[in-house]
Ligand binder design. Structure first.
Ligand SMILES: Nc1ncnc2c1ncn2[C@@H]1O[C@H](COP(=O)(O)OP(=O)(O)OP(=O)(O)O)[C@@H](O)[C@H]1O
Ligand SMILES: [Mg+2]
Length: 395
C-alpha cells in the first residue's frame, strides 16, 4: 500500500491543527489501519473522535468493504442485539421477517461502535464472542454464523472506571483496546484553538456572506486559557453563534466572555466536573441548574419591571417604532402589577420536571428534532434523551 502521511490525512479528512498529541493520534491510526487489530478511541466529548474510525477504515485493505457506524448509546436496550446480530422472523413481537444484523452486513468491512461504554451487559457478552471467534447467533436462532469484521470503538467515558464499577466487562475492555488512541482535549492544543476558530469563522462568513469575525489580543488570550469543556464542538458552536449575532466583526474579550458559559461556573462549584465519569449525572444536574439560573435572571428582570411599573416609570425596553406611534404608552402593554407578581410566583414554583421537560423540548426545537445534536447540546447521552422524550411524551 502507498505510504500516506499525517498531513495528507488531515487535509483529506478536514482535520485542523498541528498539536503534537493530535498528530501522534493520527499517526497511530495510520500505523494500525492495515492490520485487523481492534482500536479504542478515547477522549472527552467533542474532541473529534468520529473521524478516526474512518481514517482507519479508508487506509485498510477493507476500504472497499462496508463501513457501518453504530451509536451504541442511541439504540434502545430492547433492540440492540437484533440490530447488531440480526433476528429470526417471530423471535419477538414485531419481528415480522428475518433481518440481517450489522455484523452480518459488514462482513469483510469495519464496524465503528461509538459510545461503546453504553452497551448493555448481555450485548457485551455477544460482542466479546464475535470478537474472539468471529461467531454470532441471530436473536431467536440457534444457528451459529461466522463473520469477519474489524472493530473500532470510541468512548468519552472512562472505561477503566466502568470496569472497576462492574458496568463494563474487563475481558471485553482488553479485547477492544488492543490499540488505544487518545484524542487530546482542546484546552491542551494551544495555538490549534486559534486555527480552529479561524476556520469556523471563515466557514461561517462564507455561508452567510459576511466578513469573518476576528479576535483582538485579549480575546485571543481568553480563548487560549478557557477550559473548553465541550472541546472542538463547543468552539465551533460558539464561533458560529458570535458570527451570527455580533454586528461588530472585531471581537473583544468582554464580548467573548458573554459566550463562554463555563466562565460563570466558578461561582457555582457544584457544576464543575471533577470527574468525567460522572458526566451524565452532573450534566443532568447542569441542565437543571442552567435553567434555574436562567429563570432566576428572568424573575429578577420581571421584578424590576414590576417595580418600574409600580413606581410609575416605563420599562426600559420600549420598542423603537413606538416613538413614532401616537400613543407610545400603550404600545408596551402595562400588565397590572398583581398579575406580574402571580407570574413570578408561578415561575418560581415550576417543578424541576417541568423545567427539564421545557429544556429538552427547546433543545429538540433548536436542532430541528435531531436527537444526536440535541443530546450533545444538553450534554446528556442520547439514551438518556430517548428515555426523557418517552417519559415526558415529547414525541
Ligand atoms: N481537528 C478538527 N478539525 C476540524 N473540525 C474538528 C476537529 N475536531 C473536531 N472537529 C469537529 O468538531 C465536532 C465534534 O467532533 P466529533 O463529533 O468527532 O466529537 P466526538 O469526540 O465524537 O464527541 P462525543 O464523544 O461527544 O461523541 C465535529 O463537528 C467535528 O467535525
Ligand atoms: Mg462522537
Amino acid at each position: 500500500m502507498i505510504k500516506v502521511d499525517v498531513q495528507q490525512i488531515k487535509q483529506r479528512f478536514g482535520i485542523i491543527g498541528n498539536n503534537a498529541a493530535l498528530n501522534r493520534a493520527i499517526d497511530v491510526a495510520l500505523q494500525v489501519a492495515p492490520t485487523d487489530l481492534s482500536v479504542l478511541i478515547t477522549g472527552e466529548s467533542g474532541v473529534g473522535k468520529e473521524t478516526f474510525p474512518q481514517i482507519i477504515h479508508q487506509n485498510s485493505p477493507r476500504k472497499h468493504g462496508q463501513y457501518i457506524a453504530v451509536n451504541c448509546g442511541a439504540i434502545p436496550e430492547g433492540t440492540i442485539d437484533s440490530e447488531l446480530f440480526g433476528h429470526e422472523k417471530g423471535s419477538f413481537t414485531g419481528a415480522l421477517s428475518d433481518r440481517k444484523g450489522y455484523f452480518e452486513v459488514a462482513d469483510g468491512g469495519t464496524i465503528f461502535l461509538d459510545e461503546v461504554g453504553e452497551l448493555p451487559t448481555p450485548t457485551q457478552a455477544r460482542l466479546l464472542r464475535v470478537l474472539e471467534t468471529g461467531e454470532f447467533i441471530r436473536v431467536g436462532s440457534s444457528k451459529v454464523q461466522k463473520t469477519n469484521v474489524r472493530i473500532v470503538a470510541a468512548t468519552n467515558v472512562n472505561l477503566t472506571q466502568a470496569v472497576a464499577e462492574g458496568k463494563f466487562r474487563e475481558d471485553l475492555f482488553y479485547r477492544l483496546s488492543t490499540v488505544p488512541i487518545q484524542v487530546p482535549p482542546l484546552r491542551e492544543r494551544g495555538e490549534d484553538i486559534i486555527l480552529l476558530f479561524r476556520k469556523f469563522a471563515s466557514d461561517c462568513a462564507e455561508k452567510y456572506r459576511m466578513p469573518p469575525i476576528r479576535l483582538d489580543e485579549e480575546a485571543r488570550q481568553l480563548m487560549l486559557s478557557y477550559r473548553w469543556p465541550g472541546n472542538v464542538r463547543e468552539l465551533k458552536n460558539i464561533t458560529e453563534r458570535i458570527s451570527v449575532i455580533e454586528e461588530n466583526r472585531d471581537i473583544t474579550a468582554s464580548v467573548l466572555r458573554l459566550y463562554l458559559p463555563d466562565l460563570n461556573i466558578e461561582k457555582y462549584p457544584v457544576l464543575v466536573k471533577q470527574d468525567s465519569d460522572q458526566k451524565i449525572f452532573n450534566s443532568e444536574r447542569e441542565i437543571l441548574y442552567q435553567v434555574l439560573f436562567d429563570m432566576k435572571k428572568d424573575v429578577n428582570e420581571l421584578k424590576k419591571l414590576v417595580h418600574d411599573i409600580m413606581g410609575g416609570k416605563m420599562p426600559i425596553e420600549v420598542p423603537e417604532e413606538s416613538a413614532a406611534y401616537p400613543h407610545p404608552i400603550h404600545t408596551v402593554r402595562p400588565v397590572p402589577p398583581i398579575q406580574e407578581a402571580e407570574a413570578v410566583e408561578e415561575a418560581e414554583s415550576l417543578s424541576l420536571e417541568e423545567v427539564e421537560k421545557e429544556m429538552i423540548r427547546k433543545a429538540l426545537e433548536r436542532h430541528n428534532g435531531r436527537r444526536k445534536n440535541a443530546a450533545a447540546d444538553l450534554k446528556i447521552s442520547e439514551r438518556t434523551l430517548y428515555r426523557k422524550i418517552k417519559e415526558y411524551n415529547l414525541e
